[in-house]
Design a protein around this ligand. Sequence first.
Ligand SMILES: Nc1ncnc2c1ncn2[C@@H]1O[C@H](COP(=O)(O)OP(=O)(O)O)[C@@H](O)[C@H]1O
Ligand SMILES: [Mg+2]
Length: 340
Amino acid sequence: MNVISKASHRDRMRVLSGKKGPDPRLIIIFTVLTLVLTAAVIMLWEKVLRPPYYAWVDENYPGVENIEQRDRLEQRGEHFFISVTVDVIVVSILLAIVGRKQQRLVEAHERLAHNEKIATLGQVAAQVAHEVRNPLSGLLLYSEHLKTKVAGKLPESEAQLIDKIIATINHLTSTTEQILNFARPVTLAPRRLDLNRVVPDVIQLLSAEINNHQIDTKLELHESPVTGMLDEPSIRAASLNLMLNAVQAMPRGGRLTVSTGATNGKLWLLISDTGAGMSPEQIKQLFVPFNTTKSRGLGLGMPYAQKIIEQHGGRILVESQQGEGTQVKIELPASEGVNP
Ligand SMILES: Nc1ncnc2c1ncn2[C@@H]1O[C@H](COP(=O)(O)OP(=O)(O)O)[C@@H](O)[C@H]1O
Ligand SMILES: [Mg+2]
């Protein structure tokens, strides 16, 4: 069941973490331009250049005795015209190819500069997170010690302040851990893994959030195992991030549907929600690190999932419509295909 194409809609925005093919519109525009150019050269020869040239030949080589000479000169004129036409077409094709290549080069350069900026940002963030991690665990230790020391000696409202300090430290620790996890290179240890086994475990991990927001969960797991050579911890982490996003997109309830399957040598996991959806602008920024619309978000869930899935030789497809919901599909190779 190809839910992505089934759900296609005129207004839907779709994004795919992969490569683009050649643009057919450019090929059409270029063919039309070539035809127009050829017609212009023919008209120029027929209407403007040929009459005076033939008149010049007749004038300079008159009479029956010059018939052969006239024919030769007229033939040369025709050959010259055909060569010019072919030259114009070849040069315009070359110019178009060079122009396109140059445009690609500029785009690649911009992408590289953007990726370098993101990589630097990630490195700086990871450095800061690393520096902050040890002092944070010290602070947590002191705060817990303080809590036991003052237990029963402080009024309830003041004792709660210490709990708030501890909760804030825990939040900061989890943030630094997420940054460090994202920045660290992932080393895959692929083993046979059934996606049907991963889904219920991840749903279980999210059960508190799912119940708090009155979200209906529906599992449509393939009847036979959906097995591939996958790195279990990273696939679990990527699925958790995507399902968490789906749950967080439905703060006032909704339906979370998770399906699995295997088609054409590929395993897939589809996460659909009936939440807020995304605007076309949001979708464009979806895989950019540190891009978030949540007040306590970090913006690393999607790029982290993308990194994991692409490292497995797979891809992530996203379809979303604002106000209606989002479908995120992970595609993975059924076996092999694990990039080192
Ligand atoms: N299922 C979804 N529905 C709506 N918006 C989503 C969904 N998944 C991701 N997003 C958008 O993409 C952004 C980036 O997601 P992510 O990288 O996981 O970071 P975070 O969850 O910390 O914000 C989110 O802030 C949200 O705006
Ligand atoms: Mg997230």
